[in-house]
Design a protein around this ligand. Structure first.
Ligand code: ADP
Length: 330
């Protein structure tokens, strides 16, 4: 199997004419880690991934894999492999021949490449479908074949561009677990592009939040969610309130905002009116109008909420622990 290696981006930049899609980003993807590039459409995620894969030239800067500068190497020589969003299977080749294709191009003996392809189909739980044609497979099955086909090259880094976006919500959550399991078993690095916060939080060892061609913040899911560094990250990751004056703004998780009907002692920081109440199962979400502070969101556990339910229109008092307010970079 492939070795697990660190991948480094050093001032990596992509320009399309006058558009700077990726603006001198620096990042080290730890060997054997699951990383998600997360951000809104157009922030430069795919361009970054395609440069790592060698499907897009680097305008300036470097890409270094395990100490080797791979910036100008062709895709097949870099030690990376890419799984495309569309899966891009060859329609006229059977499943096993799709998986064995790159080995055939390399001139590997038929018996050897078929054996290897079957091993990879086993890994993705698709052995029973080896003789089928891609058109006879569901979307989820096609994706497993595409994964096997990418992994047969024994990459140190597997690159995945929005791999779950074509699946229905149920299958998406199932495949999400399988991708994570596969990465753990193989021990290689996965770099996964997504615009879904939930997907990144659930999957990643490290999340790299991008905005406008730059990295806004990189860290563990818990770091990113608990202590977003900038207003952009707090708003994009969701579940936060951003409050305070310019230069002194803080992020406060919606489930850290404490709501009470009575003003208790001197600790009340804000008065607000309940505008909406949404029951979400294990939590209840309150939309709050806090006057000049703006609109805030509180997330209460169902247990806390139903001990003393709060109606729409109720005047409430809001407090929080000082350590739950995370200062944001200006
Ligand atoms: P994301 O994957 O985050 O949606 P992209 O990397 O696809 O972002 O795009 C980043 C920026 O580069 C966008 O402004 C996009 O319009 C531009 N861009 C991407 N590909 C091309 C291209 N082939 N030619 C010109 N501009 C491009």
């Amino acid at each position: 199997m492939a070795r697990s290696l660190e991948l480094e981006l050093a001032a990596t930049t992509k320009k399309y004419g006058d558009t700077i899609a990726v603006n001198a980003i620096n990042h080290r993807f730890a060997a054997g880690s699951y990383s998600c590039l997360l951000g809104p459409s157009g922030c430069g995620k795919s361009s970054t991934l395609r440069m790592i894969a060698g499907h897009e030239t680097v305008s300036t800067g470097d890409i270094v894999l395990g100490g080797t500068n791979i910036t100008d190497l062709p895709p097949a020589k870099r030690g990376t492999a890419m799984m495309f969003q569309s899966y891009a299977l060859f329609p006229h080749l059977s499943v096993v021949d799709n998986v064995a294709f790159s080995q055939k191009m390399k001139g590997v003996d038929k018996a050897i490449r078929q054996k290897k392809a079957l091993e990879l189909l086993e890994l993705v739980d698709m052995s029973a479908y080896a003789a089928r044609m891609p058109s006879q497979l569901s979307g989820g099955q096609q994706q497993r074949v595409a994964l096997a086909r990418a992994l047969i090259t024994e990459p140190s880094v597997l690159l995945l561009d929005e791999p779950l976006s074509a699946l229905d919500p149920f299958l998406r959550i199932k495949m999400r677990l399988e991708l994570k399991r596969l990465q753990r078993e193989l021990g290689i690095s996965f770099i996964h592009v997504t615009h879904s916060q939930d997907e990144a939080l659930a999957l990643a060892d490290d999340i790299i939040v991008m905005n406008n061609g730059r990295i806004e913040q990189a860290g563990t899911p818990r770091d990113i969610f608990n202590a977003p560094a900038t207003e952009f990250v707090a708003k994009f990751i969701g579940g936060h309130n951003v409050l305070g004056q310019a230069g002194k703004r803080v992020a406060l998780r919606a489930d850290r905002l404490l709501v009470s009907k009575a003003q208790d002692g001197g600790s009340t920081l804000l008065g607000a009116t309940v505008r909406d109440v949404e029951y979400l199962g294990s939590t209840v979400k309150l939309a709050l109008d806090a006057g000049t502070t703006g609109d805030l969101t509180a997330s209460l556990s169902d247990e806390v909420f139903f001990q003393d339910p709060i109606d729409i229109g109720t005047a409430v008092f809001l407090t929080w622990k000082p350590e739950d307010a995370h200062p944001l970079a200006a």
